[in-house]
Design a protein around this ligand. Structure first.
Ligand code: UTP
Length: 467
């Protein structure tokens, strides 16, 4: 049946759920726009939206029994983990998975976030940074590392075009797999669906947790299995310092306690109690990330016998995930919970006859989070890493986690790497590197790779250096 023929049925459904206001312009639309709106409305799960609006579905955590999650501390002997991880990479058992479907509203960049100029000297866009790192790893391990990228209906055309315009960054296009995640409608604070224009609803991508369903629905999981891939190296598009397919992390993940973990995570020690990051905890015997906003203050602030934060394991959204685990989850009647966030959502104003950008949050977005899958994993491992080595996300236009902030961390890390090989590095009074230093993935994937590189003896204060 044509979707337009379903109009009466859809209208009745929306009336029953108290959402018929989104059909108010239908009579004024031409056939194409009318069909587009009807198709969009037909894809909305109204029963789910009603349940989410009513709320009360969030899982109740017994905070009295929550413990810090155990983790492999920084500097712990890695044993055979590196060799194991390298063997997986050489055997073609690893794929790269980037979630890039977010809207990047805080950063305020008009294109997909992956097109944002991220590096400190050459301003390479994030997608290029990752592509070059993947290419360097492919060269090192002599195998292709298939790269799966989740976009959303809001940015997939622009992302595709960016890859095409950049000639797939010199990699084989058949080894890059772009696919779309699903969407959820945004609602007003009193639970009403929102029109963004007379012919379209305000929809938002359904969160990075939407990745699980989308991996399955898009055929990405099947493609991984056909290639013999067993584990995914997962990261978010906004962290230019991520160590993709880290052999130590993969090795620990895949050989944890004799059998493979299903989902592993990297953490960094929190800067202080107030830092707004999710924290790895143990809830009912399972590893979980508890959002900073959900964590009771007495837990957030509690100290151990040495006076250190008890709950110090901050999540940096870097995971190793087994393909089999994702397959298992998508077989049954599976759903991750949706979280609610108050956001600014542009809406159609009938009086002004235009789409209005609100100055303050006016709506609720529903998003699923990938880390909620941790509770479904049979085994899970958390590994500590250094913030300067691997985490400088581009979240905000200014201040913390802004481009300037990320650039400083990039230079700090690169300065540390060079210092290890005797290069004299200028420092500011607070210890930050007082120069702009960029190291391409082709030059070094990690500090020790610089052993074979011709290095300057000294970098001068304020200098720009590209290696
Ligand atoms: P964030 O939660 O930081 O959101 O996403 P964002 O969309 O980038 O930025 P804001 O909140 O609008 O400012 C973390 C990561 O998860 C991805 C993002 O692309 C980013 O890599 N993500 C987020 C998705 O892939 N899909 C989503 O629905 C949400």
């Amino acid at each position: 049946m044509q979707t337009t023929e379903r109009e009466p049925e859809i209208r009745a459904d929306f009336e029953r759920h108290g959402q018929a206001h989104v059909l108010r312009h239908l009579g004024t639309l031409d056939d194409a726009r009318r069909a587009a709106l009807i198709a969009q409305l037909a894809s909305v799960d109204l029963a789910l939206v009603s349940r989410l609006v009513k709320g009360g579905e969030e899982s109740k955590v017994d905070y009295a029994s929550v413990k810090p999650a155990p983790y492999v501390a920084l500097g712990s002997p890695a044993g055979s983990a590196r060799a194991h991880g390298e063997a997986l990479l050489r055997a073609g058992k690893v794929a790269v998975f980037t979630v890039a479907g977010g809207q990047g509203t805080r950063l305020g960049w008009k294109g997909p976030k992956g097109t944002f100029p991220a590096t400190v000297v050459t301003g390479k866009p994030l997608f290029r940074v990752f592509a070059e790192q993947i290419a360097a790893a492919e060269k090192r391990y002599g195998r292709s590392l298939p790269w799966y990228i989740m976009t959303s209906p809001l940015n997939s055309a622009d992302t595709q075009a960016f890859f095409r315009d950049n000639n797939w960054f010199g990699r084989n296009p058949a080894d890059t797999f772009l696919f779309e995640q699903g969407t959820m409608p945004s609602v007003t604070f009193d639970g009403r669906l929102i029109l963004e224009s007379p012919q379209s609803l305000a929809l938002n991508p359904d969160g990075h947790g939407g990745a699980i369903r989308a991996l399955h629905a898009s055929g990405a999981l099947e493609d991984m299995q056909a290639r013999g891939v067993e584990h995914m190296s997962y990261f978010q598009v906004d962290n230019p310092m991520v160590r993709i397919a880290d052999p130590v992390f993969l090795g620990l993940h895949a050989s944890s306690e004799g059998s493979s973990a299903e989902m592993s995570s990297k953490m960094v020690a929190k800067r202080n109690a107030a830092e707004k990051v999710g924290v790895f905890c143990e809830v009912a015997g399972k590893t979980a990330v508890i959002e900073y906003s959900d964590m009771p203050a007495e837990l957030t602030n509690s100290l151990d016998a040495q006076g250190k934060l008890r709950f110090n394991a901050g999540s940096i959204a870097i995971h190793a995930i087994s393909v089999e685990f994702m397959q298992r989850l998508t077989q049954g009647d599976f759903a991750l919970p949706f979280h609610r966030a108050k956001k600014k959502v542009p809406y159609w104003c009938d009086d002004a006859k235009k789409t209005v950008e609100p100055a303050e949050p006016n709506a609720i977005k529903f998003e699923a989070f990938i880390f909620d899958a941790l509770g479904l994993a049979r085994k899970s491992l958390v590994m500590e890493t250094s913030r300067t080595e691997e985490f400088a996300p581009l979240k905000n236009a200014t201040g913390e986690d802004s481009p300037a902030w990320s650039h400083q961390i990039q230079s700090n890390r690169n300065g540390d790497w060079l210092e290890k090989f005797g290069v004299k590095i200028p420092r500011k009074p607070n210890g930050d590197v007082d120069a702009r230093i960029e190291i391409a993935a082709e030059t070094a994937l990690e500090a020790d790779d610089l052993a074979d590189v011709a290095l300057p003896r000294e970098i001068k204060s304020g200098e720009e250096v590209l290696l």
